[in-house]
Design a protein around this ligand. Sequence first.
Ligand SMILES: [Zn+2]
Length: 201
Amino acid sequence: MPGREVQKMLKTRSLDCLMPYVRHLALRLREECAKVGIPLGFANTLRDKEYQEWCKKNGKSATAELGPHAFGLAFDVFINRKGSEYDMELLRRVGAIGKELGLSWAGDWKSFREYVHFEYTGGLTAADLRAGKRAELPAVPEELPAAVPMCIRHPGGELTGYAVDGVTYVPLRSLCEALGFSVLWDAARPNEAEVKPACTP
Ligand SMILES: [Zn+2]
């Protein structure tokens, strides 16, 4: 029964099945696409041998051999907008963004061009991977929230602060002194500070 056969195959769209660095690139791709108004979805990440053979049989892959999808190094995307899922113009733009992030985009490939497929194999070929070679992938950069510089005007002038996740951070002493307060800090207790009205002589 074909239905049963399908159930045996592993096919998932979960990014958690990808190698951490490739997952990071997939998330970065979605983030960068969102910035230019392209909603990105993920259709296919990890697949097993059975599913790869089914792909070959159904013209969805050039080969029945295991490729980067079987090793958590590839993912397929779609445009997450009804009716535009495979809009070539948009997919080309996604491809260009992906390449800037360091991904290999199959829309550029000479044979079996595939506009939805991205991979990062660390320079290894599918044959290398099947032979047991494993790519040394970069570490996932720690994700810090963006600090956005802000100009803060106050009665004594202005200074530069930073907005991080909706909270504004300012150089405490500069601001306090400009507002007539002083900041007390004691080297013996380096993790504490106290703001007091400035003493008048
Ligand atoms: Zn693919």
